[in-house]
Design a binder for this molecule. Structure first.
Ligand SMILES: CC(C)(COP(=O)(O)OP(=O)(O)OC[C@H]1O[C@@H](n2cnc3c(N)ncnc32)[C@H](O)[C@@H]1OP(=O)(O)O)[C@@H](O)C(=O)NCCC(=O)NCCS
Length: 154
């Protein structure tokens, strides 16, 4: 694990690697009904198809943010915070850490999609300046909900 930003001694944001796979998978399972497999995480991290920031509280992984970076675009792929740790600013801190990282590079645009019913996530993304730019009808395989497409000019 590589520490990217230390908030306090007990809480920090780090870049997660293959050694965190099983912890990551466990957290993903408590955050989402429809989740990535450990194999999907392993392949993605190995091939550097995406990267994962983790939020550690007293050494325990309680939040994560998976994202990709291709040329000058970043895409948020997944963001999850353990239910016992929600509404404490962790999701926001993870997003801010990613946006700060983007601003230090050549990334000029951030993209994401979110279920239309996911009010907490929509509210978080909009508060960070993401603007809705489209809708993908019945996009999600689990609920067949529409995906709202958002972007952010950096
Ligand atoms: C979405 C999620 C990551 C937010 O994480 P969090 O750590 O609880 O969020 P924060 O405490 O940082 O809150 C940041 C902002 O998000 C919004 N928000 C968070 N929870 C909310 C809720 N229950 N209702 C409405 N808005 C909410 C608010 O705008 C909040 O800002 P405020 O505290 O100033 O009001 C978390 O609810 C989660 O893991 N949900 C399940 C997985 C998921 O849906 N991920 C998103 C996939 S696109």
């Amino acid at each position: 694990m590589k520490s990217t930003e230390v908030t306090t001694c007990d809480q920090m944001i780090v870049e997660l690697g293959l050694e965190s796979l099983s912890e990551l998978r466990k957290l993903e399972c408590v955050c989402f009904d429809y989740h990535w497999t450990e194999e999907q995480f392993r392949l993605g991290l190995e091939r550097r198809a995406f990267y994962v920031l983790g939020y550690l509280f007293e050494g325990i992984l309680v939040g994560y943010l998976a994202y990709s970076m291709v040329l000058d675009e970043m895409e948020v792929l997944n963001l999850g915070v353990h239910p016992d740790f929600r509404k404490r600013g962790i999701g926001r801190e993870l997003m801010l850490a990613l946006l700060e990282q983007c601003r230090k590079t050549d990334v000029v645009k951030g993209l994401l999609d979110v279920k239309e019913s996911n009010i907490p996530a929509i509210s978080l993304y909009e508060s960070l300046g993401f603007k809705q730019v489209g809708v993908r009808k019945k996009y999600y395989p689990d609920t067949h909900e529409d995906a709202l497409l958002y972007d952010l000019e950096l």
